[in-house]
Design a protein around this ligand. Structure first.
Ligand code: HAM
Length: 429
């Protein structure tokens, strides 16, 4: 084809081998499995259980859960209508997990539900390094506990995954958003402070001043940052109970030796948060520095139609950004699982033997591949090497006549003749 169809910008194929797009590493499938296995292992250490929710959700869930005025809902949703239903490709999993919790009455299982997930999310953002249209999150939602210990446990799970993979260059930023009333009061105060300076704001921030002034706190513009230095601080608008909760979170983190930095401007881009909010950053990532983020969302259940508030806290992390951090730290990822044997067959008779033998060896649990292209010995050996086979089993007409295969150890290159009947035993050694 002269004009082959390409994947959508901001989405990636995960291939057997890693590759780079511009400067960004797209990890190979074995590295993905390794990271996913590490996530599962760390989650299991906390008694978290896996949940898998649909990629398609009702748009209303996301709009009500995350908030109409957020960037995600107002401009980044892949949403469409079909018949009389509005669908959205999920941009995150917190609202979907809460929906599932309420729908299936998971509270009736008793106690606290620690639900973890790994899966794709979709946001129609302008793609750049570390920011994609299809990306993957892993995370946990800890539903049913009000105690600050839950906040700290979630933060510890999040950091635990990076530590288990060897990433140490991270910074945890922490803030409290207070209760449902704190934010509107602060919003008003911030608007009142910024309004007289509107002329000094960027175009985007001027728009946000009306719709979502708290997002201005995220600005990277140096002029705006200077202006904000004198702005009212969220923490001064926070109610007493939330402050106390925040104090306990900070003390528990310190007691566990988890370093953090308080950031009174950390508001996050989703509206469901109350009390604790946090973000984990890696200085190695450049502009898209957030590895993961999360917080408490005690009122989300009400927003999505639950009868009562359900205390909950969670985090989610970007897989692609984790790979960028691993790459920046020079942490090697495992290659694909190796083959036990590659059967190098020369000639038709040997090729037929190889087909039958490979089938038998596989039934016995061995990993075996054969040549399907009647290639030269050299080409078949190259293939054995590429697939990291432990042994090459070489069979030509002489070996067929003697009913013995030449077994070569690919690492040491020693070889020995092994009777066909003893092959399975020898390859297991
Ligand atoms: P979020 O901050 O929107 O939070 O996303 C969490 C993480 O997902 C980010 O820190 C980033 O690593 C990754 N991420 C987000 N958007 C993209 C993108 N376009 N491309 C690549 N990676 C991206 C949430 O989604 C909340 N649900 C977190 C949470 C869980 N809060 C409570 N529980």
């Amino acid at each position: 084809m002269s004009n082959p169809i390409r994947s959508i910008t901001g989405t990636f194929d995960v291939l057997p081998d890693a590759y780079r797009v511009d400067d960004a590493l797209i990890a190979g499938s074995a590295a993905w499995r390794h990271v996913e296995a590490t996530v599962r292992d760390v989650m299991a250490r906390y008694g978290a259980e896996e949940i898998r929710t649909p990629i398609l959700e009702p748009t209303e869930l996301i709009a009500r859960g995350i908030g109409q005025l957020t960037d995600i809902v107002s401009k980044e949703m892949f949403a469409f209508e079909r018949g009389d239903t509005n669908y959205v490709l999920r941009p995150e999993l917190t609202a979907p997990v809460m929906r599932a919790y309420l729908q299936h009455r998971l509270d009736q299982r008793g106690g606290v539900q620690r639900l973890y997930y790994i899966g794709p999310c979709f946001r129609a953002e302008r793609p750049q390094r570390g920011r994609y249209r299809q990306f993957h999150q892993f995370g946990v939602e800890c539903i049913g506990a009000e105690a600050p210990q839950a906040d700290v446990e979630v933060i510890s799970m999040m950091i635990g995954v990076y530590r288990a993979l060897g990433v140490s260059d991270m910074k945890l930023r922490l803030n409290t958003l207070g209760d449902a009333e704190s934010r509107p009061r602060y919003r008003q105060a911030l608007q009142a402070f910024l309004a007289p300076h509107a002329a000094r704001l960027t175009e985007t921030s001027r728009q946000r001043l009306e719709t979502n002034p708290l997002r201005i706190l995220d600005t990277k513009d140096p002029g705006e940052r200077a202006l904000l230095a004198d702005a009212p601080k969220l923490v001064d608008f926070v109610d007493g109970a939330s402050r106390e909760h925040y104090d306990r979170v900070r003390n528990l983190l310190s007691a566990q030796g988890i370093a953090f930095e308080e950031d009174p401007f950390l508001v996050r881009g989703l509206d469901y948060y109350t009390r604790t909010s946090f973000e984990l950053e890696s200085p190695a990532l450049g502009a898209q520095s957030a590895l993961a983020g999360g917080g408490r969302y005690d009122l989300l259940a009400l927003e999505v139609g639950g009868r009562e508030a359900v205390p909950a806290v969670g985090f989610a992390a970007g897989m692609e950004r984790l790979f960028l951090a691993l790459d920046a730290a020079g942490i090697a990822m495992p290659a694909a699982e190796r083959l036990d044997a590659y059967l190098v067959a020369l000639g038709d008779e040997a090729s037929e033997w190889a087909t039958g033998t490979a089938a038998r060896l596989r039934e016995g649990g061995l990993r075996v591949a054969t040549d399907l292209l009647s290639r030269s010995m050299k080409a078949q050996m190259r293939e054995a090497n590429r697939l990291s086979a432990r042994y090459a089993v070489i069979v030509g007409s002489d070996e067929m006549a003697a009913r013995e295969a030449m077994v070569r150890d690919m690492a040491g290159a020693e070889q020995e003749r092994v009777p066909f009947d003893d092959l399975a035993l020898r390859l297991r050694a």
